[in-house]
Design a binder for this molecule. Structure first.
Ligand SMILES: [Zn+2]
Ligand SMILES: [Zn+2]
Ligand SMILES: [Zn+2]
Length: 286
């Protein structure tokens, strides 16, 4: 679909100026709105000219997850906790477990999903007050190629062995020497000591706290650990942004504050055939 047309319709009189729009890798368009009114108007859209579209709220950018630890919650089910805390914005609850002598046992901590984008500092567990910490999930590792940051469902790489990093053949037991495909170390990829895994944990933390994509989080992490690289990269970015921004409407410029993405809604263009490369460049003002 023509990016000019999408731009014209989205910035038209019905919606007004939106905060940002970004085409994602799967071809869907991520739109960030300024307020509830815009979100509601956008959610009601069913087509762009003759092309049917599907608009839905983004699954993760409109919610956030936090952890609370409370001994008194130890023997209360996750469902009951979620129900009791619904008035505080809790939409789901999951018990955290840990391995103890080979068995998974419950801990006193639970992960709460809140219906908004910002974590409350504290919540009430009945009469008790609990501090909420951000929930940082374990880094994602692809079970097909064993690289980090994506899942096997979206993996286009060839399968590799998690133990020896060699080519993977179905059903064949591995006798190769241990090697990690990510750090090249002499340990299988799933060992906790992997230095790349430690890096991935920091990237995941940036992704969660700053509410950015995995790719952006990795970029931010690398800029932090390698200032020289960061300087030259920043210079390139500035030039690029500049040349683009002078011919775009302000609404489409990428939002600076990632937290504001709460209001964003993902817009699925069922017939989107726009060139993938377009996502890198912002459409000019029509
Ligand atoms: Zn993969
Ligand atoms: Zn192997
Ligand atoms: Zn490793």
């Amino acid at each position: 679909m023509s990016p000019f047309l999408i731009h014209r319709v989205l910035s038209g009189s019905v919606l007004g100026k939106l905060k940002s729009a970004e085409k994602l890798r799967d071809g869907t368009l991520l739109v960030e709105t300024n307020d509830e009114t815009q979100s509601e108007a956008l959610l009601k859209m069913t087509n762009i000219q003759d092309t049917p579209i599907k608009v839905e709220p983004h699954k993760t950018l409109n919610t956030c997850r936090g952890v609370i630890s409370c001994y008194d919650l130890m023997y209360i089910t996750a469902d009951e906790i979620a129900k009791e805390m619904a008035s505080q914005g809790v939409i789901s609850c999951r018990r955290l477990q840990r391995k103890q002598t080979g068995e998974m046992v419950n801990t006193t901590s639970v992960v709460l999903t809140f219906a908004w984008d910002r974590l409350p500092e504290k919540v009430y567990v009945g009469y008790e007050v609990c501090t909420v910490r951000p929930y940082i999930p374990s880094p994602i590792r692809c079970f097909k190629c064993n690289r980090h940051g994506h899942t096997a469902n979206s993996c286009k790489a060839k399968p590799t062995c998690p133990k020896c990093a060699g080519d993977m053949y179905d059903g064949e037991p591995c006798n190769g020497p241990p090697k990690c495909i990510n750090c090249e170390g002499c340990l299988p990829v799933y060992t906790r000591e992997c230095p790349r895994l430690q890096e991935e944990k920091k990237i995941t933390e940036i992704k969660v706290i700053e509410k950015v994509s995995y790719a952006d989080a990795r970029k931010k992490y690398r800029e932090k650990v390698s200032p020289t690289f960061s300087r030259s990269y920043a210079a390139v970015t500035t030039i690029k942004r500049c040349s683009v921004s002078c011919q775009t409407d302000p609404w489409i410029e990428k939002a600076k504050n990632a937290k504001e993405k709460a209001k964003s809604i993902e817009k699925k263009l069922t017939n989107s055939i726009g060139a993938r490369k377009m996502s890198k460049y912002l459409p000019p003002a029509s």
